[in-house]
Design a protein around this ligand. Sequence first.
Ligand SMILES: [Fe+2]
Ligand SMILES: [Fe+2]
Length: 172
Amino acid sequence: MQDQDFHRIADDIIYHPLFTQMRTFVHHGGENSLYDHSVDTAKCAYRLARRFGMREERVESVTRAALLHDFFGYDWRSDAHKQFLRHYSGLRRLTHMHAFVHGAMAARRANRLFGLNERQRAAITSHMFPLAPVPRNSEAWVLTLADKIVASREMSETVGWHMRRWYRKVVS
Ligand SMILES: [Fe+2]
Ligand SMILES: [Fe+2]
């Protein structure tokens, strides 16, 4: 039932070609894509919102914001992105690094394509807290928490993935 409800809220985004394009962007290493990360974060945010007893419209709002929280649309490990950073130096380069700017970029792009409300834009912009502004509404806090839960699970899985590769290389 929860599964069906999640898909009712999320599927128009999940099947959009610019969203499925994120399958090609690796995220947090190993075999994990930005697409997987975004869908897992949205499922986690949906569950947290239900557990916290949030109002129906807020559950929908945070689930869609979570799907789009990393919808910045570029591969941050690519040469093109490194080239972009070369336009800046010193502290300005640091503040234009991916970790600091991608929330605001994702909010702008997601809004152009899917139309977001003010609370969703604020939630996406602040999801990298403490590297981004303090979350200022319930959707923003739930999204920040869901992103960190999923990212820490992905990173520990990536360590395991590298260990298995290393082990295969050494043993075979
Ligand atoms: Fe992010
Ligand atoms: Fe994320």
